[in-house]
Write a protein that binds this ligand. Structure first.
Ligand SMILES: NC(=O)c1ccc[n+]([C@@H]2O[C@H](COP(=O)([O-])OP(=O)(O)OC[C@H]3O[C@@H](n4cnc5c(N)ncnc54)[C@H](O)[C@@H]3O)[C@@H](O)[C@H]2O)c1
Length: 414
């Protein structure tokens, strides 16, 4: 029913996990020494719990002795879990992945089968490389579905993470593959998210690059602190962890890991600049902090480019939200200020704005040649395209109405 190709950390855990859930699973690897160990009930690497599961499943649901052809012929789902190491230029080496897929196709099996890429591959790999590769290499009559199913397990906890996943992500673009994967993941009591190939692939990198970014952020901060001197670095980090934004479900920290139109308000812009500056004056030139400040400007230019590419300057633009975040009337260094300034600079002269709290403070603080609406309804009447810049609940509550107009949801709120 299932074949798993590549029995490393991910593949072996996957194969044993599906076996434990009651599926018949064929395990395939090109490494004979690895197979010999597994046949001997030995796990070829350190990973708790896998030995007990292997002992219970080998020769029952988990089969190592079938030929490649028989395994593929008998399987509706083929999980590819081979390595995708880095090439010297940093890109992912897809040689093992494509080789494994080619071997599957070479069996010439004509039953409908889904090849599921569990290996980590950069976004657009399936759509731009695997789809054409399968088309080129498959013979007449072969019916191949494709899916992306990135794996989030952590080494050392691979069994727990696989068997009790916090979420399952499946990139799939055909119904038969989706049905097969639905069946396979039914016994797992976890939310299953069906998305496009690119989205599924991207989520894995979103996750790992966040982790690597947090580590590099922490390391850069330790170097900033060391240059400034007399800072107890481990205590500072441990006290940071007591911030209540880390706790709760979902932790309110998650609102910071969400895209928008840049940070603003009284604290984040000035404090980020100030730490960047004092690090420089102590002889440490920051990379992440200075990139962070640059990105805060880049994102506004990116949004303006989007508006310019889709709207004529004669359009009547409605601005939804002026304060730097919902629940506040603070407009100091609000990204809205820069965005409105840039719109005016690019010749957009019909701008009307509405904020549930901050119309007056904004008008007082910035002397822009724009108009203000007293209600959402009035704003809707007076504009033919909308830019959502603050994620107020009132806008979410009126999403259907707002979406009737051309909308740029720059907070990804609706
Ligand atoms: N290790 C992790 O914690 C982890 C977590 C999530 C995702 N991933 C991703 O999963 C993929 C696999 O990672 P891993 O750590 O399990 O790798 P690994 O190197 O431990 O295992 C890969 C296995 O594939 C086998 N293989 C290679 N080509 C083959 C072929 N044509 N046919 C059969 N077997 C073949 C290799 O012999 C090896 O046993 C990678 O893309 C990795 O980035 C890894």
């Amino acid at each position: 029913m299932i074949t798993v190709i590549g029995l490393g950390f991910v593949g072996l855990t996957t194969a044993l996990g599906f076996s434990k859930k009651g599926f018949k699973v064929y395990g395939i690897d090109i490494d004979e020494s690895k197979l010999a160990k597994l046949r001997n009930h030995e796990i070829p690497f350190y990973e708790p719990h896998l030995d007990e599961v292997l002992a219970g499943q080998l020769g029952k649901n988990f089969i190592l002795d079938a030929s490649f052809e028989d395994a593929i012929h008998d399987s509706q789902a083929i999980f590819v879990c081979v390595g995708t190491p880095s090439l010297p230029d940093g890109s992912a080496d897809l040689t093992y992945l494509l080789k494994a897929i080619e071997e599957v196709l070479a069996t010439g099996n004509t039953n409908f089968q889904t090849i599921i890429v569990k290996s980590t591959v950069p976004p657009s790999t399936i759509s731009k490389q695997v789809v054409p590769f399968v088309k080129e290499k498959s013979s007449n009559g072969q019916q191949i579905g494709l899916a992306s199913n990135p794996e989030f397990l952590r080494e050392g906890y691979s069994w727990e993470d696989f068997i009790e996943p916090d979420r399952v992500v499946i990139g799939v673009e055909d119904d038969r593959s989706r049905e097969i994967l639905d069946e396979i993941y039914k016994p797992f009591n976890a939310p299953v998210h069906y998305v496009s190939f690119n989205t599924a692939e991207f989520i894995k990198y979103l996750s790992n690059t966040l982790l690597s970014t947090l580590i590099s952020y922490s390391n850069e901060m330790s170097m900033v602190a060391d240059h400034i001197g007399n800072i107890d670095i481990p205590s500072a980090f441990k006290i940071l962890h007591e911030d209540k934004r880390w706790a709760g479900t979902p932790a309110s920290m998650s609102s910071y890991v969400y895209p928008g139109c840049g940070y603003g308000g009284y604290c984040l812009p000035k404090d980020t600049s100030a730490l960047d500056s004092i690090a420089g004056s102590h002889g440490y030139k920051t990379k992440m902090l200075s990139a962070n400040l640059e990105i805060n400007e880049d994102v506004k230019n990116f949004l303006i480019d989007k508006v310019k590419s889709e709207l004529d300057t004669s359009e009547h633009i409605g601005i939804l939200g002026l304060s730097f975040k919902k629940g506040s009337d603070d407009v100091r260094l609000s990204p809205t200020r820069d965005i409105i300034q840039k719109l005016l600079d690019h010749g957009f002269s019909h701008i009307v704005a509405y904020d549930p709290l901050a119309n007056k403070t904004f008008a007082r603080e910035y002397n822009f040649p724009i108009q203000y609406a007293d209600s959402l309804n009035e704003l809707m009447e007076r504009s033919n395209a909308l830019l959502l810049l603050t994620a107020w609940d009132e806008f979410k509550d009126n999403a259907e109405v707002i979406k009737q107009k051309k909308l740029f949801d720059f907070r990804y709120a609706l």
